[in-house]
Design a protein around this ligand. Structure first.
Ligand code: UT7
Length: 332
């Protein structure tokens, strides 16, 4: 019997209209365009402005576009998984709100929290539900409204992050395409270097936590950078090895967009040239769980059926990982 795999049959992204440029950041903190571009590769990022607008807005817009372009009836969706660290609220899950917003009334839905690796975790999990035969249509969303948890007085973090995300539709196939392999890792001893100090059960919100600016993302940038460079490169090389892939076999690397220097190091370790590396950090910055689907969306028209693609990410937790997939369709 042929193996059933999960294949991505559509991808769509969404970013808010407001563009926060390096020039505008220069008016907010002690930084400059030259430093940001050379140290990170980022020129601008998107910000979701307005009252009462959470990550679900990003997810709903991405999923609506996805349903439309794949001609899918929302009532045929059986499961929606949303990877995010900026849920609309601690509960209910943002995925529940997205499902309601797109009319996926016959689905169940839940969130996954794995920071910048969230989309890899969610895609792996969504694929399992397809491979086992439990579901036929699963949507995986990666989205974050990072501006909700960024301290715009902290120049070391506010320059990197932005808002946005995307979604993919997973369906079964018996062809040799789809999610081929997944390698996921985590190490909670990395928590001190990238976390949010207050607002969880360990340190609920008080006037003091607000005054101490503890409801923002805290990052020791250079420590995270060192772990990210080593681990993202290593896990990508490992997934190539165990699938007997050499650099020439790879059509595309889809790297988490946190810092252009981390992306370059990963591509170098894999031995692949810049022409095969998806890059949009310049325009969107680091959208956490949103970066990978946003890349796939941006490059969709260049992808061909059977392309070997490596996705890789590293982030808070620490969490990191890599997925090997064969693209499932030619440009439409
Ligand atoms: O998304 C998942 C996980 N996150 C990441 O993967 C991010 C990993 N980290 C990074 O990308 C980088 O560490 C940053 C972009 C956050 C910072 O770059 P860096 O090259 O590691 O800088 P640094 O923190 O080591 O700081 C170097 C210098 C310091 O000045 P001194 O002490 O050498 O005088 C900083 O104060 O750069 C200074 N600096 C800045 N200068 C201008 C830090 N931020 C800025 C800034 N503008 N925005």
């Amino acid at each position: 019997m042929k193996k059933t795999r999960a294949v991505i049959t559509g991808v769509h992204g969404w970013v808010p209209d407001y563009i926060l440029t390096n020039r505008e950041l220069e008016t907010m903190v002690d930084t400059n365009d030259e430093w940001i571009v050379t140290r990170t590769g980022i020129k601008e990022r998107r910000i979701l402005k307005g009252e009462n607008k959470g990550t679900s807005i990003i997810g709903i817009n991405a999923v609506k576009g996805l349903l439309e372009k794949t001609n899918t009836n929302p009532e045929d969706i059986e499961l929606i998984i949303c990877a995010t660290v900026t849920p609309d609220m601690p509960f209910p899950a943002t995925a529940n709100i997205i499902a309601d917003g797109v009319g996926a009334t016959k689905s169940y839905s839940f969130d996954i929290s794995a920071a910048c690796s969230g989309f890899l975790y969610a895609l792996t999990m969504g694929s399992q539900f397809i491979e086992t035969g439990m579901h036929k249509k699963v949507i995986v969303v990666g989205a974050d409204k990072m501006s909700a948890i960024i301290d715009y007085q902290d120049r070391a973090t506010c320059i990197i992050f932005g808002d946005g995300g995307g979604a993919v539709l997973l369906e079964p196939t018996e062809e040799e395409v789809g999610v081929m392999d997944s390698l996921l890792l985590s190490d909670g001893s990395g928590a001190p270097y990238l976390h949010m100090k207050a607002g969880g059960s360990r340190k609920p919100a008080t006037e003091e936590t607000v005054a101490a600016r503890e409801h923002y993302a805290y990052q020791e940038g250079s420590t995270v950078f060192k772990f990210a460079v080593t681990n993202m490169a290593e896990v990508s090389a490992q997934i190539m090895d165990r699938n007997q892939l050499v650099a020439d076999d790879i059509a595309w690397l889809v790297p988490h967009q946190a810092n252009k220097r981390i992306i370059d190091a990963t591509a170098n370790r894999m031995g692949i040239g810049p022409e095969k590396v998806m890059l949009n950090i310049e325009r969107y910055g680091n959208t956490t769980a949103g970066t990978l689907p946003l890349c796939l969306w941006d490059y969709e028209s260049q992808l061909k059926k059977g392309d070997n693609i490596i996705l890789a990410a590293f982030g808070g937790g620490f969490t990191w990982g890599s997925i090997y997939l064969k693209w499932g369709y030619d440009p439409k």
